[in-house]
Write a protein that binds this ligand. Sequence first.
Ligand SMILES: Nc1ncnc2c1ncn2[C@@H]1O[C@H](COP(=O)(O)OP(=O)(O)OP(=O)(O)O)[C@@H](O)[C@H]1O
Ligand SMILES: [Mg+2]
Length: 265
Amino acid sequence: MAQRRAVMTACLHNVGPLGRLNAAMTEPRILVVHSRKGGVGKTTLAYEFAWILQAPLIDLDWEGGGATRSWGYRAEDHQRCPLIDALERGSTPRPMAGRRTKRPDLVPSHPDLELFQPDAETMAAALRSWAGEWGHQWVVVDTHPGATPATSGALQVANVVAVPVPLGVKDLHGTELTVKELVGYPLILVPNKIPPVPAGPMLDMLARAIGDEDVKVAPPIPAAQAVTTRRRRTAMTSEDPVPKALVKVVTALERVARFIEEAAA
Ligand SMILES: Nc1ncnc2c1ncn2[C@@H]1O[C@H](COP(=O)(O)OP(=O)(O)OP(=O)(O)O)[C@@H](O)[C@H]1O
Ligand SMILES: [Mg+2]
């Protein structure tokens, strides 16, 4: 407990205004939210972690139901994609400012990203360079489900790979594969959409999926209908006061963000 408090204190002291790096912490950290499985909560978690960690959010998912649309940016109405432009020119995109309106700053995605996807090396180099240019403590990357070249690049430079894991049979099969494929990566499994009493056999499956690998498991994030039906663009964790239906989820998201910070410290 004392050790945990010490780490928390150190983390807090490193935080500059709006999550900017200060002299005590010179290397930005890259958090990649990833899963081979779709619909597990990648975008929901990436959006909230970006808000909590005061980090720019890079949306690498070109499908319509991602962070870019939730943020309020209709990529299909824009001919140009700042992300692709930056990758092609070797420049640094400027994240769209969201914090005043309680959303994370965002580098939006675009349908064209499916066709004009960078190779893994280009993506990795770009992310490292952008993170350095922006000078924030953290950068958060949301990914397309499955293994794509852009995701591979992001994984190469990730300081933390957060994998949302609902406790369902198929989700856990996916988790088992993810753990095997990403041995050696800084994986944190984040149980998400968890009922008040998780089924014992599912917990056993989770333990088997991890096996002997060095994988951390974050505190669970409960299932809440209010998450699924929420239409606001603001981060849930920006709400003040937090609506009753979201209190448990918001508390858990904040706890998991601290867990990630500690893991990366
Ligand atoms: N803790 C939760 N409780 C209830 N619903 C949740 C929770 N987390 C996410 N959801 C809901 O689950 C659905 C899928 O979430 P989300 O879009 O974040 O997943 P995803 O992994 O990014 O999906 P995709 O693979 O399609 O990009 C959404 O309707 C979302 O609101
Ligand atoms: Mg998504």
